[in-house]
Write a protein that binds this ligand. Sequence first.
Ligand SMILES: Cc1ncc(COP(=O)(O)O)c(C=O)c1O
Length: 480
Amino acid sequence: MQVKLSSGKTIPMEMHKVRIVQQTWLRPVEERRRAIQEAGFNTFLLRSKDIFLDMLTDSGTNAMSDNQLAAMMVSDDAYAGSESFFKLTNAVEEMLGFRLTIPVHQGRAAEHLIAKTFVRPGDACIMNYHFTTTKAHFEMAGGVVLELYKDGALQTESDDPFKGNMDLQKLEDTIQQFGADHVSFVRMEATTNLIGGQPFSLENLRAVKTICEKHGIMLVFDGSLLMENAFFIQQRELPQMSVAEIARAMMETVDLFYMSARKGPSVRGGLMATNHQALFDRLLPWVPVYEGFSTYGGMSTKEIEAMAVGLREMLADDIAGAGADMVEYFVGRMVEEGLPVVTPAGGLACHVDVKRFLPHIPQTQYPAGALSAAFYLVSGVRGMERGTISTDRTPDGADVPAGVELMRLAVPRRVYTLSHIEFVVDRLKWLFQHRSLVQGLGWISEPPVLRFFFGRLSALNQWDAALMNAFAADFGSNAL
Ligand SMILES: Cc1ncc(COP(=O)(O)O)c(C=O)c1O
């Protein structure tokens, strides 16, 4: 929720009070340099104890509510037929309208099972944009991942409210090209993560559904960021509807739904859901093979209880926008300071446009990785590389320059305050003024798949020393 102050300025207003807190530390800059070196200039490999504000991800890092914590106390640990599972299926049916639910341990587990069940080698897996784990699973199953985003979707400076829309003409053309029988499915990803948390409109989703129906193609919906997409539709398209009503309207188009529940519902888990018995029956046998019995799906039953509560809470009007409002403030402050950032503000994170922040570093030297390491060094804040390192090589070993080079600064829901955001903007401003000190990265060791998780790199010409010295000259070596 946003409130207007008497000055006319608008700020995000937290509709909750903090009752439990977790200590955090801001280490001196020399210690931060040691930490990022030990981490191979990969923020995934930092230790939590060395991080001040953890903006790596909004996944599994959101604040739970008192009601969620209370629900965890009454979970039913039965291996099969757990009552906790039935509370979850009730919540899914009530909030999303699906009768059949399968819990899984997290979003990518759903992708694994969907890939195994529905992706046919050589066939097209059409989507508005890929997510890293999605692409990995579908390609490992032999699918051809095709992203049919609209023109302008990858333009970082924009006022397009729905950059996550699918291009309908490209969809028709691609179905024509492959033949409907050779399209495994069309996947729509809510609040499209890798292009900056950008939503699609309900109108676009419905149009995609009409085309899918015409050709007898299944529509798969990745709802990991459903709550923000529904919130943006309310803000930008259908202000007369509640977020919960919009979510239900979106779900009416969907054949197979899946989500990471580590985001909106603030738990550690995931689920698949559908109203098609035939789809459910094809997925079900694989669940105990890879996840666990179908009434817990690899999740703790405590988390299943909390997920049932979280699914109801996340679609309440006051809660759905809690993260997005904070991101909007963050992006607005970045724009005010003249810092390059993806606009309009998306869900989940503020995305720094690295091609404009570090224009002197070529994509072959991984500018988004370099910025993420440099920013940790000067702030203790951990962001995530979402650029060329996050894009794996082609089968013949070529690097694939990412469509957009981003540093993602995730805003876990209901966790950080406005003073945290002000600190982040201030340190980014300092870094922007000293950006010429940052150079690229080179590989020390590179994993064959999803290399951004475990890859180790080094700073070309040891630029981290010059950056640390400049920081210490301005703030003192022990200063924060
Ligand atoms: C859009 C989207 N799909 C799938 C996933 C994978 O979910 P998980 O991290 O729970 O495996 C994520 C995670 O961030 C995501 O953002």
